[in-house]
Design a protein around this ligand. Structure first.
Ligand SMILES: [Zn+2]
Length: 190
C-alpha cells in the first residue's frame, strides 16, 4: 500500500521533468533550424542570360529571385547577356552593434542588388558606356533592356541615382530601414 502511493507520486514528477527536458531540447533544436533556414535564404541564381563574371556565382536572397527572373526575361527579350560583377556581399563590419547609417545600408549586404555589365553582339557595355550622358548613343537593345528595368515598379537602375551607378540594379529593399535591419541581422547573427 505504502509502496504503491510512493510510486504514484514519483511517476508524475518524473514524467513532468522528462516532458520539460524534451520540450527544452525541441525548442533549442527548432530555434537552430530556423536560424539555419534564414542563412540558407542566400541562393546561387542561375538563368539563361544572367551569368557571373568570370564564372563567379551570382548569390542573392531567395526573395530577390523573382526580380532576377524578371531581369532575365528582359535580357532574353532584348538579346543581351548580363555579366554580374558583384551580387551578395558579406559585411566586414558588425553593423548591428552601431547605429546603421542609411548610406551604409547597401542592398548588396542582404542579397537584394547586383552590379553588372551588358554584352550585346559581342561588345561590352560598362559603367562608362552605360552612363546617362552616353545613354542615347547605346544600341536600341541595351537601352530597351535598361528602360524595361526602369519602368518596372520596385526595380531601380543605378543610372537614375543622384550619384549615378549605372552598373547597379536593386529592388529598393532598404527604403524600409527596419526591414533591411531584420534581414541583415538574420544573415549576420547565425
Ligand atoms: Zn551595386
Amino acid at each position: 500500500m505504502n509502496k504503491k502511493t510512493q510510486s504514484k507520486k514519483i511517476l508524475p514528477v518524473t514524467s513532468i521533468l522528462v516532458a520539460f527536458i524534451i520540450v527544452g531540447v525541441l525548442a533549442v533544436f527548432i530555434n537552430s533550424c530556423q536560424k539555419k533556414h534564414v542563412v540558407s535564404n542566400l541562393t546561387t541564381f542561375k538563368s539563361s542570360n544572367i551569368v557571373g563574371y568570370k564564372n563567379k556565382p551570382v548569390v542573392v536572397d531567395a526573395t530577390f529571385v523573382p526580380t532576377m527572373n524578371l531581369i532575365n526575361s528582359y535580357a532574353v527579350n532584348n538579346n543581351v547577356m548580363v555579366y554580374v560583377t558583384s551580387s551578395y556581399r558579406h559585411s566586414n563590419n558588425n553593423l548591428k552593434k552601431t547605429v546603421v547609417k542609411p548610406a551604409s545600408m547597401s542592398n548588396h549586404l542582404i542579397g537584394h542588388a547586383i552590379d553588372m555589365n551588358i554584352v550585346y553582339k559581342g561588345k561590352w557595355y560598362d559603367s562608362k558606356l552605360m552612363s546617362k550622358n552616353n545613354f542615347s548613343r547605346l544600341p536600341f537593345n541595351v537601352r530597351n533592356f535598361l528602360n524595361e528595368i526602369r519602368h518596372t515598379p520596385n526595380i531601380r537602375w543605378g543610372g537614375d541615382f543622384k550619384t549615378q551607378d549605372p552598373v547597379h540594379i536593386d529592388d529598393h529593399y532598404n527604403k524600409n530601414r527596419s526591414n533591411w535591419t531584420v534581414k541583415f541581422n538574420a544573415l549576420n547573427n547565425s
